[in-house]
Design a protein around this ligand. Sequence first.
Ligand SMILES: C[S@@+](CC[C@H](N)C(=O)[O-])C[C@H]1O[C@@H](n2cnc3c(N)ncnc32)[C@H](O)[C@@H]1O
Length: 266
Amino acid sequence: MSHLPAPSSDRSDAPTATLARPLRQLALQAAAVLAVLSLAWPYYGVRGEELPWPQTAFAIGAVALLLATLSHQPWWWRILHAVFAPLAWGVALLQIDPGWFLLASMLLLLVYRGALSGQIPLYFSSRETVHALAALTHGYHDLRFLDLGAGIGSIVQPLAAARPDASFTGVENAPATWLAGRVRTLATANCSWRWGDLWRTDLAAYNVVYAFLSPTPMAALWEKVGREMRPGSLFISNSFAVPGVAATQEIDVDDCRHTRLYCYRV
Ligand SMILES: C[S@@+](CC[C@H](N)C(=O)[O-])C[C@H]1O[C@@H](n2cnc3c(N)ncnc32)[C@H](O)[C@@H]1O
């Protein structure tokens, strides 16, 4: 619909870009397990001794750390790889019923579905950000505001309550957060709370689109903005700039997170 500068393909500014490759991390850990077990099992088997699990777990951690270092993983991934097997062994000692782990992962999925499916975790915009957005959109007389990945409605609910003349929409796809947002926005007539995928949400009907996601989807989201948003409308990204595209305006919010809003006039 409109023509926007193309984002550069350089994603090195994205601190969590490697999260887009969770399978690579899984493969790395599996390689460490295989390497250690393929040596340790025959060795102890031939000697007729039982595998010493604590030492084996620490050896797997050491090999995983080595592989992570050799393949230039970020420092925090190296730590995760080093401690994963020893921690797994430690937790196994607690002899917790596996059903609890299943339950815990199902509950986590209800809240953090976006982290698993699109490297977009859950965290909330601050109250100060709500105030900054209210000030930014103050001059809009026909405000149609969309929050892509709306969490529990931390943005759209207070904005809708403060601007009864405008319309607000939140789209969320994690079941538990969607439900919390649904309850929260029930009494706010000018706030439409939708269950849905942000990638399947048409942006053409909105003149302000807000997103607080992660570095991972920003380039693709920018393409979607360019395809669907109307000229003159505003795209705002909390904290994550579109790679390789200069923002029209940057707003530093005075909150403890030092939020920066990147605003792009389409
Ligand atoms: C960082 S939170 C931001 C929440 C809210 N917008 C705010 O500013 O407080 C990102 C949200 O996007 C949601 N999300 C992730 N992927 C999504 C998708 N494909 N479609 C819709 N929502 C998604 C997550 O579940 C999460 O609630």
